[in-house]
Design a protein around this ligand. Sequence first.
Ligand SMILES: [Zn+2]
Ligand SMILES: [Zn+2]
Length: 244
Amino acid sequence: MKNHDIYTSSVSSVSLRCVIVANTFYWFLSLIGLYIDFLVVAKRSPFFSRSKIRPRQYISGKDRRELILLCAFNMLLVAPLVSVPLYETLWDRIHGSKRLTDEDEWVWQIEALQKLPIHFLATEVGFYTIHFAMHSWPSLYQHVHKIHHRFQAPTAMTCVYAHPLEFLVGNLLPIYLGPIITNAHPLTSYFWFAAAIIGTCKGHSGYRIFGCADYHDEHHFYYKYIYGGIYVLDFLIGTMKVSS
Ligand SMILES: [Zn+2]
Ligand SMILES: [Zn+2]
């Protein structure tokens, strides 16, 4: 694909549709999360009150407004207007005319069994490495990653509450990496973006889902350890320190 229009080409609009899928799941889950928070604060849901991981920590009205503003900036402006042209160009440069399109057959043995595991691995390596670097380099933490750590007891919406540069490089790039590396079919890419946003909303939910708290909640509470998304590298490297 050469000299195409990133926003209208049938191939190149794949990234834009990935971002639309991510936005749809993100806002749906985030608003559910805020509604559950409201029920807990109003003492109208004993079930969710029991499931809240940090029972006495809530996001104030002022903090909620700032949370929505930055998350909307990232998801509605940075994702479609910066990440789409940037990573779409990279995707095209690497695969050129071999890029899979909607017209290509979706071969489940290849897409689901071979490519998706690579997506998990690529995202984990990318996310862990960048996240670990932001905690290891004081000025990077102070000026960039500290914003994401504003909420010690997160809610689903806070998963993209981050400096726009961190959102672009530390959050979106690791998600794009898998489909770019494997030349994923568009359907696989849409599924992957949906799965990634569901996973990170779950990690920041602030509630025990199906009885289990997410390890990422511990990372927000202690500001260290547990740097990965699916924790494979944390187990292997030895950064999987969890409170009892
Ligand atoms: Zn962190
Ligand atoms: Zn987080």
